[in-house]
Design a protein around this ligand. Structure first.
Ligand code: ATP
Ligand code: MG
Length: 405
């Protein structure tokens, strides 16, 4: 098959493939971008595979960065663009069902395509628009089928992560597994035990954000792959409930993890240890903790000004945007207006600070300072008090006096 016209993104990369060819080597576009173009989806990065070895690529191009030279990948820098150029390779020695501990560079495109995971990921696109399809990937693409290249058992033994990748593609593309591929996942799911958390996390995060997440989560449970995902082992039923939610797409990782955790019925204190198992960043953990707190409230009733103040605008909007997942109506405008109208947006905006209190009241610094500030903050945000220094100091005095009685 030949594309009538080489899509714009690939045309822009032609100077790279042309130069490789001019030096006497082969160069093709490969991987997800070719699949996505054929599906009419937007593409994000154009990857190039070549018969040239990394050292040869570095001789051809003046500006390159070694980003994974041991795997054969060199980043070629063009004017505004950069392209990953990877030498054809086979992955010969697999130990422990993980990524190969050695890659072998080869000059044969066929060998390179044979080691790819699924038929729809194993196309090569020539610069004249011709699609090289050695494994009937075009047919599978048409039939919306995910089929391992070659013997699925062998392929999952070589690298068990491919099973999670398969589930991730189900979620992103809405495809179904070809029967033998599905059976091989069912049979080999326990090999995921050998895969690093980091690699599983990448695929699972993408799975959570896919449009067909519910189907993928159902397969995750059905194939029992979930047993080898950190912290999910005892949550098969919760995952099925999660898979039964409205088929709405999450717009961020934070949102997705928040709802997953909510469906798992996990309390606030378990969020950190759970996400730590996944080796999630502290930033993600903190955001999910805040969002989960807000979501539990939002499930019961609309957010109050005080809650919006505590969450901040961004997290409040994120929580509100989750309302439809729970058959509630999201009103983002209202949240924005509520936030806009807050008399202060942060403690710093309060008309008095700790120093003012120390200077006004003849007391040593201590717990009382924070307590008074918190009370003033609450009363200003909830509009019981005006944010005025005189009024706040007077109130502080009353609170202190009442405390002494
Ligand atoms: P995305 O659109 O998310 O980038 P992708 O298909 O491009 O999806 P990548 O992880 O970028 O996925 O990998 C690029 C290509 O490399 C894949 O299309 C596939 O051909 C091959 N590949 C990646 N990981 C594996 C693996 N674990 N086993 C076999 N082939 C793989
Ligand atoms: Mg890619």
């Amino acid at each position: 098959m030949r594309l009538a016209k080489l899509p714009e993104e690939f045309q822009r990369a032609l100077p790279v493939t042309n130069q490789i060819e001019a030096a006497g080597f082969e160069a093709y576009f490969v991987g997800g971008s070719v699949r996505d173009i054929l599906l009419g989806h937007k593409i994000h990065d154009v990857d190039i595979a070549t018969s040239a070895f990394p050292a040869e690529i570095k001789e051809i191009f003046p500006r390159t960065i070694d980003i994974g030279i041991e795997h054969g990948t060199v980043l070629v820098l063009q004017q505004e663009e950069q392209y990953e150029v990877t030498t054809f390779r086979t992955e010969s020695t697999y130990q422990d069902f993980r990524r190969p501990d050695q890659v072998e560079f080869v000059r044969s495109l066929t060998e390179d395509l044979k080691r790819r995971d699924f038929t729809i990921n194993a196309f090569a696109l020539k610069d004249d628009g011709e699609i090289i399809d050695l494994f009937d990937g075009l047919m599978d693409l048409e039939e919306h089928v995910l089929k391992a290249v070659g013997d699925p058992h062998e392929r999952f033994h070589e690298d068990a992560l491919r099973m999670m990748r398969g589930l991730r593609f189900v979620s992103q593309l809405g495809f179904a597994f070809e029967v033998e591929t599905f059976d091989a996942i069912l049979e080999n799911h326990a090999l995921l035990d050998k895969i690093s958390v980091e690699r599983i996390y990448v695929e699972f995060s993408k799975l959570l954000l896919g449009e067909f997440r519910n189907q993928a989560i159902s397969f995750l449970v059905e194939t029992e792959c979930y047993l080898y995902c950190p912290g999910l082992r005892h949550y098969g039923e919760a995952l099925l409930r999660f898979a039964d939610m409205k088929p709405l797409t999450f717009s961020s990782k934070e949102q997705a993890w928040t709802v997953l955790i909510e469906q798992m019925g996990m309390g606030q204190t378990l969020i950190r240890p759970f996400l730590k198992q996944w080796k999630a960043s502290n930033e993600l953990i903190q955001n999910v903790q805040a969002l989960h707190w807000g979501l539990k409230i939002r499930q019961e009733k609309p957010l109050t000004n005080w809650e919006i103040y505590q969450l901040g605008l961004e997290n409040s909007l994120t929580v509100e945007a989750l309302a439809p997942f729970y058959n509630l109506t999201a009103d983002l405008k209202k949240i924005e207006m509520q936030y806009e109208k807050l008399p202060i947006k942060q403690l710093r905006d309060l008309a008095v600070n700790g120093n003012d209190l120390l200077q006004t009241f003849d007391r040593k610094p201590g717990k009382w300072l924070k307590e008074i500030l918190s009370q003033l903050e609450y009363q200003v945000v909830t509009q019981v008090l005006e944010n005025d220094a005189k009024i706040l100091l007077k109130t502080a005095q009353e609170i202190l006096q009442a405390g002494e009685k």
